[in-house]
Design a binder for this molecule. Structure first.
Ligand code: C2E
Ligand code: MG
Ligand code: MG
Length: 587
């Protein structure tokens, strides 16, 4: 933030005596100069300093009233020291500030000069021409006011997005609640979280992440009305509250507006891509009566939206509370979970559209938490990534999935492909491909029966090293799939360079595909692209017969979703497989 000193300078200009200027004409007549200075100082007590310039109008110094009287006039009058050259009482290196100098720079100059120049002020110049004295006191006042305003700003606004921060948000929500209580109106609260933000931050770098957050903040603000408050709570979490909410329909409208606006690609650092958000909503006074309670409820609803496949919104309903957890205590527990063998793999089948047979299975990790019960990845993968625990967790998942695959083979089961999710952080580890190969060799799994599911954001950055790793794995025989395809990068030409075998079309395009013509077009385009590169296509999140019919008619060769089976524990999955085989036999 900058401010020209003009204002302060003009203040001095209002008082012409302060502007009294002495021009030194060489050779300087010391006694004349002294008399002139004395004359000015004694005639007008408001003059606190006199700037002195040379005949070229260049400032040469300031004579400050206090120094002049104390050190020159007083001793001279008593004839203690005799006559001292006037230059001794001039500030021989005056602080010269240009008219354009900012308040912040002046503050720094004052601090560097040890504050004494506040008394005498500054010589202000413009284009090297003397302009006058900028009054130090006015400047100080100005600076103080500015700093106070700045401090308020820093404390209440998020410096990245310039949106109100949590503190101000709660404050405003508190006021709004008092108002709503008086007028018996409702307030709607939206808790918004970016999907897969961490992937972007990890793969594209923090400055990309910052720009992404700023762009999203602008989109959210554009979706809100002037009377709504949009804030950034932390990281990739935003909130909006809507006063005088009429009904749940109003919430639906704004949620739809937000998810629709996110369908437009974002342009960041020469990259065009898409991001989706998950939104949870809560209503005052129905769901909670104070800010903290409302936030907890909307957060729980947001988790529910994430859980049901991201890129969607959920209104709070009773029973959702258990999703939101204390981050810190989870982190502590997570550190011990591997040793305590608290992780388990769940399995979800993938079916061939053509034959109706189970052709593969995706291993999805779960955490059997001793107190909180069975937790899904949304509750802990992000913390595992932040703390680096993802490496040991990832190794465990890989080993366990390969081990289980071999156990099935050894028990006589027809081989099916095992798919495993790999986080960006894991993949970027230099020894990643070596590690995978070692585990594969040790377990005995056929490499072509192992598939690694990678996220699209991986392909957007560090392209050469990513390509190297992918090639190494590919040459070794391991299959590679891009998970949640279609939600990230919009320029799909990169795909041609990557040795990928399958695209898993994100479930947000499959969900309600029968009701969303735009999704039909997206899936059609992805299928065309995939086919043109001889890639296999998997539709994720198939829940209804209608969605299945669409996925099939649009050309997806494989399907996965609740319609066939939810992710199941080992025992339940084996049971499910058995019943499928019995069904096939009886057909
Ligand atoms: P993903 O790889 O896209 O996995 C699919 C998610 O969608 C799973 O959620 C699955 O339960 C859910 N799902 C499958 N079919 C349907 C459906 O028909 N409807 C709906 N609404 N949902 C369906 P889950 O198991 O909670 O996993 C969430 C995400 O966590 C996964 O998304 C994956 O990105 C990550 N994840 C899971 N296991 C691991 C792991 O071992 N390592 C890493 N790094 N990430 C993992
Ligand atoms: Mg997956
Ligand atoms: Mg997926």
């Amino acid at each position: 933030m900058s401010l020209s000193i003009e204002k302060s300078f003009n203040n001095s200009e209002k008082n012409p005596t302060v502007m009294r200027l002495l021009k030194l004409t060489p050779p300087v007549e010391e006694s004349m100069l002294c008399l002139t200075l004395l004359d000015i100082f004694t005639r007008d007590p408001s003059v606190f300093a006199i700037p002195v310039v040379n005949p070229n109008n260049e400032p040469t110094g300031i004579v400050d009233r206090h120094t002049f009287f104390e050190n020159f006039i007083k001793p001279f009058a008593k004839e203690v020291h005799g006559k001292t050259p006037i230059s001794n009482f001039m500030n021989t290196s005056p602080i010269i500030v240009d008219k354009e100098t900012t308040i912040d720079d002046i503050a720094k100059i004052i601090i560097d000069a040890g504050m004494q120049h506040m008394v005498s002020g500054f010589i202000a110049t413009h284009n090297h021409q003397y302009l006058g004295i900028a009054n130090g006191h006015d400047l100080l006042n100005e600076i103080t006011q500015r700093k106070q305003a700045n401090l308020f700003y820093l404390a209440h606004f998020d410096q990245l997005t310039m949106l109100p921060n949590r503190l101000l948000f709660i404050d405003r929500l508190d006021l709004a609640i008092s108002d709503a209580a008086r007028h018996e109106t409702q307030i709607g609260l939206l808790y918004i979280d970016l999907d897969n933000f961490k992937n972007y931050n990890d793969s594209m770098g923090h400055s990309f992440g910052d720009k992404l957050l700023t762009a999203v903040a602008q989109r959210l603000s554009a979706c809100a009305r002037d009377s709504d408050t949009v804030a950034r709570l932390s990281g990739d979490e935003f909130t909006i509250f809507i006063e005088s909410l009429n009904c749940v329909i109003d919430l639906k409208i704004i949620c739809n507006r937000i998810t629709d606006s996110m369908k437009m690609p974002l342009h960041i650092m020469d990259t065009e891509f898409f991001i989706t958000v998950s939104i949870g909503t809560a209503i005052y006074p129905i769901d909670a009566q104070e800010p903290a309670g409302l936030l907890v409820k909307a957060d729980a609803a947001m988790y529910e939206a994430k859980h049901s496949g991201r890129n969607s919104y959920r209104n709070y309903t009773l029973g959702m509370d258990s999703y939101s957890f204390d981050h810190l205590s989870l982190e502590t527990d997570l550190r011990m979970a591997i040793e305590r063998k608290e992780f388990v793999l769940f399995y979800q089948p993938q079916m061939s559209v053509k034959t109706g047979e189970v052709t593969g299975v995706e291993a999805l990790v779960r955490w059997n938490h001793p107190e909180r019960g069975l937790l899904t990845p949304f509750n802990f993968i992000e913390i595992a990534e932040e703390t680096g625990l993802i490496f040991s967790l990832g190794d465990w998942v890989l080993e366990e999935a390969c081990r289980q695959h071999m156990a099935w083979i050894n028990s006589g089961l027809e081989p099916i492909r095992m798919s495993i999710n790999i986080s960006v952080k894991q993949f970027y580890k230099p020894e990643f491909s070596t590690l995978v190969k070692t585990i594969v060799k040790k377990s005995g799994i056929k490499p072509s029966l192992l598939e690694l599911e990678l996220t699209e954001s991986l392909c957007m950055h560090h392209v050469d090293s990513v390509l190297n790793t992918l090639h190494e794995l590919h040459v070794f025989g391991i299959k590679l799939a891009i998970d949640d395809f279609g939600t990230g990068y919009s320029n799909l030409s990169y795909l041609r360079r990557f040795p990928v075998d399958r695209l898993k079309i994100d479930q947000s395009f499959i969900r309600h595909i029968d009701q969303e013509p735009v999704n039909i077009e997206i899936v059609r385009a992805i299928v065309a692209l995939g086919k043109s590169m001889s890639l296999e296509l998997v539709a994720e999140g198939v829940e209804t017969a209608n969605e299945y019919a669409w996925a099939k008619s649009l050309g997806c060769e494989f399907v996965q979703g609740y319609l066939f089976s939810k992710p199941l524990s080992l025992a339940a999955f084996e049971h499910w497989l058995e019943s499928m085989m019995v069904m096939a036999d009886t057909l």
